[in-house]
Design a protein around this ligand. Structure first.
Ligand code: SF4
Length: 232
């Protein structure tokens, strides 16, 4: 019995050591990946057009299950028509639905935007709150949207934005094998230095669109190839 317990303990110690080593290796690889991203794309930007934190919040809500290009087409006229959170809060729901219809799931999105804008007017004087706790209480705002707004509008690193591109590239680059966005974010936070959290998701998103596409990754022309285990 004593021997079995000792063996189990040794196994656990070995496993822990391996995990720590893996984490260290991943951190080192992530640093090299960041160096290359910095070299090839020194100033990555958010692809959603906006001129205020409030506009970015609305654009990010609209971007769920929709391309950034489509959102930018819709918001070009939307932000001329609705100029403040008060305008969105007092919008006629059926009119707002039609205004955003082409972004998909327009009924839910219109309801969320109206109720989110009303809460911002009532509780935050019409301005987007600058902390994640307050943001995720708003209708239609999850961690991803909150991270996008805090990172891009206020330069606050509250986490790593995980969308479909970040998920795919994190898997292919073997930076995370997790299935859910929350767990992938936890894995990335553990290996990426905080000052890079905001840019890291921009880089993965841009690289996912241009090179490491969902159907056909262009590995032969990819500058990350030497660092990528290509878990396709
Ligand atoms: S080497 Fe291939 S799989 Fe890896 S990041 Fe580049 S395109 Fe994607």
């Amino acid at each position: 019995m004593k021997k079995i317990r000792q063996k189990t303990k040794q196994k656990t110690v070995r496993k822990t050591r391996e995990n720590i080593q893996n984490l260290e290796q991943k951190k080192q690889r992530a640093e090299k990946i960041i160096e290359l991203f910095k070299r090839y794309n020194p100033n990555p930007k958010c692809a959603l057009n906006h001129s205020t934190p409030e506009e970015l919040l609305i654009a990010t809500i609209l971007s769920a299950q929709c391309t950034d290009e489509r959102v930018n087409i819709v918001t070009a006229s939307l932000f001329k028509k609705y100029r403040s959170m008060a305008d969105f809060a007092s919008a006629d729901l059926t009119v707002l639905e039609q205004d955003i219809r082409s972004t998909g799931f327009y009924k839910n999105k219109a309801k969320s935007i109206k109720s989110c804008a009303a809460a911002i007017c009532k509780e935050h004087k019409g301005r987007v709150p600058q902390n994640i706790e307050a943001l995720i209480k708003l209708a239609g705002v999850g961690r991803k949207t909150a991270n996008v707004v805090l990172g891009n509008s206020f330069g606050i690193s509250s986490g790593v934005v995980v969308d479909t591109h970040v998920t795919r590239l994190s898997h292919r680059l073997d930076l995370s094998r997790a299935k859910t966005a929350e767990k992938i974010e936890d894995d990335l936070i553990a290996i990426i230095d905080k000052p890079h959290w905001i840019n890291f998701s921009h880089w993965l998103i841009l690289h996912g669109r241009a090179v490491c596409k969902a159907r056909k990754p262009a590995c032969e022309t990819c500058y990350l190839e030497e660092l990528c285990p290509k878990r396709l």
